[in-house]
Design a protein around this ligand. Structure first.
Ligand code: GAR
Length: 206
């Protein structure tokens, strides 16, 4: 058991996004529809001020913030990292859910939230880590791909795997058609993993 907690105790999460925010929306819908109980979203954070997901979060009545990560282009570090650590602590956030947050998380945030940051990735890790995972699967002529929820460590999409869902890759799939089918699976996977965490923890491996 990796993330072990008192069953049914309220879980306070922050969701990090960069753009569309459809995974975030699927979590917010599950909470609103009471499929996912005892979870509250303290904050939605975006490194992009124009992320469509920010508007969606506000329409659910969730507090949002834009986190300016300059001068870094691909990682969350330095002043922005210090700022977000202190905000998340102030809000008593138990778990950070990365949902399409397209920056590397570095040591400061990882050590402040050790084993309390999870991510969704559109492949069956360890296959196709990094950017454009769906295009990588098509290019590799993979027969099966899917999505993975995993703990975040210092590596690139390398932390312990919590759960995966498979998606068949069709002969005529393009990056776009495969991405759409994987996304549908992502939407049903993320809130279920959160439900398991609320129920007492998630088991890693055998
Ligand atoms: C999702 O497919 C997610 O798995 C992927 O970005 C998309 C975000 O969509 N994340 C990564 O590739 C992280 N390496 P969304 O903003 O609509 O949730």
């Amino acid at each position: 058991m990796f993330f072990n907690r008192t069953p049914q105790k309220k879980l306070t999460i922050a969701i990090f996004i960069s753009s569309r925010g459809s995974n975030m929306e699927a979590i917010l819908r599950a909470i609103r529809d009471r499929r996912l109980k005892n979870v509250s979203v303290a904050l939605v954070v975006s490194d992009n001020p124009d992320a469509k997901g920010l508007e969606i979060a506000r329409s659910f009545g969730v507090e949002t913030m834009y986190l300016d990560c300059a001068p870094f282009k691909t990682k969350l570090e330095g002043a922005a990292e210090e700022r977000i650590v202190s905000i998340l602590r102030e809000k008593n956030v138990d778990l950070i859910c990365l949902a399409g947050f397209m920056r590397m998380i570095k040591r400061g945030l990882i050590s402040a939230f050790r084993n309390r940051i999870i991510n969704i990735h559109p492949s069956l890790l360890p296959a196709f880590p990094g950017l454009d995972a769906q295009a990588q699967a098509v290019a590799a002529k993979a027969k099966v791909s899917g999505c993975t929820i995993h703990f975040v460590d210092e590596g690139m999409d390398s932390g312990p795997i919590i759960r995966q869902a498979k998606v068949s890759v069709k002969k005529n799939d393009t990056e776009k058609t495969l991405a759409m089918r994987i996304l549908k699976k992502e939407h049903s996977l993320y809130w279920r993993v959160l439900r398991d965490i609320v129920r007492g923890g998630v088991r890693i491996g055998a």
